[in-house]
Design a protein around this ligand. Structure first.
Ligand SMILES: [Zn+2]
Length: 149
């Protein structure tokens, strides 16, 4: 997406996340100043940063603006870590497997869980990052937990 359109989106969504609004405004101001100077490359980086503050990197709005698909947005959330398996089942309980199932990468259960996770996160679900895993609670006492070890 062109810089000018990303700037429009960034401005439109400024108030989407009040906690990040100031950061989003600063990035947007940088983006506009850089664009005025003709530095569209740097402007795009700052405009996307502003949008990331406002709507989050997993939002479809961000994905469209940045030209990345959802799975690459998810890998940004994983911050360089590579998932090995995913737990689906009861939240906040024993993780020996008696209250849920571990799905190894490449299995059908794994890809189903990831699809559900991408949807949840795009809808605003936040995970609890514990270093070796990120735990996402879906309500109804259900969790999807992505393990990196
Ligand atoms: Zn158990």
């Amino acid at each position: 997406m062109e810089v000018s359109k990303i700037i429009v989106l960034a401005r439109k969504h400024l108030a989407a996340n009040p906690a990040n609004e100031l950061s989003a405004r600063i990035c947007l101001a940088d983006a506009v100043a850089l664009s005025d100077k003709g530095d569209f490359e740097s402007s795009k980086v700052r405009a996307l940063k502003s949008l990331a503050y406002s709507v989050g990197i997993l939002s479809p709005v961000y994905a469209r603006a940045s030209g990345t698909d959802k799975s690459s947005s998810l890998s940004a959330l994983f911050n360089g870590r590579v998932p090995k398996r995913v737990y689906t089942g009861r939240a906040k309980c024993c993780r020996c497997g008696c209250k849920g199932t571990y799905h190894e990468k490449g299995s059908v259960g794994y890809s189903r869980a990831m699809t559900k996770l991408v949807r949840g996160v795009a809808g605003g679900l936040a995970g609890d990052d514990l270093g070796n895993c990120i735990d996402f609670e879906f309500g109804n006492d259900r969790a999807i937990c992505v393990y990196f070890d």
